[in-house]
Design a protein around this ligand. Structure first.
Ligand SMILES: C[S@@+](CC[C@H](N)C(=O)[O-])C[C@H]1O[C@@H](n2cnc3c(N)ncnc32)[C@H](O)[C@@H]1O
Length: 472
């Protein structure tokens, strides 16, 4: 017998099956789908939650926790990546993406929730054992134990460069935005540190659910009778649902008389509808209508005045969504699938035209937690020609004296003022209108004549609107 075999052996730990925690497994699956398949969290999560509830695995609290884990992890990914990078001994790109997802979920529980430290670590290690195997679970355990040695503030002080040395990098890490997005938002917002910090912080807040009472079909008073409903801030048609309010439970929403719509989008439609016009006001066009939120409000406003809306959208399936949104509108309307840069209608046909052009969506980061990580500066170059072409055709489509609204859900100057000024330079037959007085009571809309809404100022998405009159 050898020396070694005579020494009493340390009894091996009995094998314990990993504990399956359906909430964390579901959150992990959602993150993998976002990562691997470029899926959108707001599309992936609801079917996963529905399936889990049908299996009887889940109650409402589990669903709320899974949602918070997925959205919180995606929103704070930039900060968490910096923390994880400080706790592993290799570049993050060399860590397997599924391992990184388990780590990020763990870091969010440790630094971004009230889940006790031991519970956050052990739940993450159990998750790792289930989805990655025991070997990699040890790695997860070691990293999370390091992360657990400090709180979020402490980590930020360690991993973010000092503001005075590099303000944009500092803000990018602290508020979890890509640096180029911080830079672009700051250019557009202007001002000092306080404003941009408030904006970036607002992007990390969960937005309230806002309803629109479509005029002539529902009233804000009717919606306010719902539990948890409070009046909108700016739009007379807006009603906000407090935390936990379920739009699907509202009868007027189920019947299409009301819809879910951010107040910023409502204000854009209202400003266009309020623009002063001489002569007829009978034919309105929404040239980029899908999925139909603004078109539904415009159609209802048009109906009140006896005007008709043509809602046009390039993608046929999105045109289908527009038709659904407009179904039941009390006045005349038509929905078509058409390319707004090669329109089937005659020039000068309309009194009011909206083009809510495809854009980077940098004004709606609150809603799409993964969008900020997916967007690239090159996207701006890809959208630029289309945005200009759509605005040019919109101007061609309006009659002399009529008004065009150019809207984006991005405040990026390359998608807002640069487009408008480039196009109008070549259009001496137009003038810019001051859009701000058309939204009386809404403060701080910018220096004009266009208007810019902001999440941290108005509680809306960062919608932009320029109003252009055709003069000749
Ligand atoms: C920002 S979304 C419009 C949102 C819509 N106004 C709403 O409130 O629901 C832009 C839309 O323009 C559509 N689009 C893209 N290229 C287009 C084109 N050449 N002509 C018309 N629509 C186009 C996209 O498919 C997308 O549905």
């Amino acid at each position: 017998m050898s020396e070694q075999s005579r020494r009493p052996r340390k009894p091996a730990k009995p094998y314990r099956r990993p504990q399956k925690d359906p909430v964390r497994i579901l959150a992990f699956e959602a993150l993998r789908a976002v990562d691997e398949r470029d899926a959108y969290a707001n599309l992936v999560l609801p079917p996963l939650l529905r399936k889990a509830r049908e299996k009887g695995d889940f109650d409402a609290r589990d669903a709320a926790l899974a949602t918070e884990l997925v959205y919180g992890t995606l929103r704070r990914q930039g900060t968490y990546d910096a923390v994880i990078a400080a706790c592993v001994d290799r570049p993050l790109r060399e860590v397997d993406p599924p391992v990184l997802d388990v780590l990020s979920l763990g870091v969010h529980q440790l630094l971004g929730t009230r889940i006790p430290t031991h519970a956050a670590v052990s739940a993450s290690v159990e998750l790792a054992r289930v989805v990655l195997g025991d070997g990699r679970a040890k790695f997860v355990n070691a990293v999370l134990r390091k992360v657990a040695q400090d709180d979020l503030q402490g980590w930020i002080e360690k991993v973010a460069p000092p503001y005075d040395e590099d303000p944009e990098d500092h803000l990018a890490v602290v508020h979890s935005h890509p640096r180029w997005v911080v830079s672009a938002l700051w250019d557009s917002l202007g001002g000092g540190r306080a404003g941009i910090e408030d904006l970036l912080a607002a992007d990390n807040e969960r937005p309230e659910v806002t309803l629109v009472a479509r005029p002539g079909r529902a009233t804000a008073e009717e919606l306010l009778r719902e539990d948890a409903a409070v009046p909108g801030r700016w739009s007379p048609y807006a009603v906000r649902l407090a935390e936990g309010g379920e739009p699907g439970a509202v009868e007027a929403v189920r019947e299409g008389r009301a819809g879910v719509q951010d107040e910023g989008s409502q204000l854009v439609a209202l400003a266009l509808a309020n623009a002063p016009l001489e002569g007829p006001d009978e034919k309105w066009l929404d040239g980029c209508a899908g999925p139909g939120g603004k078109a539904a409000l415009l159609a209802a406003l048009a109906a009140e005045r006896g005007a008709a809306l043509l809602a046009s959208e390039k993608q046929p399936h999105r045109a289908g969504l527009v038709a659904k949104a407009l179904h039941g509108n009390p006045g005349p309307y038509q929905v078509i699938a058409a390319d707004g840069t090669r329109p089937p209608w005659h020039p000068g046909s309309f009194d009011r035209v909206l083009v809510d052009v495809p854009c980077t969506g940098l004004g709606a980061l609150r809603r799409r937690p993964e969008a900020r990580w997916r967007r690239r500066p090159e996207d701006l170059d890809n959208f630029a020609p289309l945005q200009r072409a759509l605005l040019r055709t919109a101007i061609d489509s309006v009659r002399v004296g009529g008004v065009v609204g150019y809207a984006t859900c991005s405040p990026h100057l390359a998608e807002t003022r640069a487009v408008v000024s480039d196009v109008l330079k070549q259009r001496p037959d137009t003038e810019l209108l001051d859009a701000r007085p058309l939204l009386p009571g809404v403060p701080d809309l910018g220096e004009g004549p266009d208007l810019q809404l902001w999440p941290h100022v108005h509680g809306t998405d960062a919608m932009y609107l320029a109003l252009i009159r055709r003069t000749a």
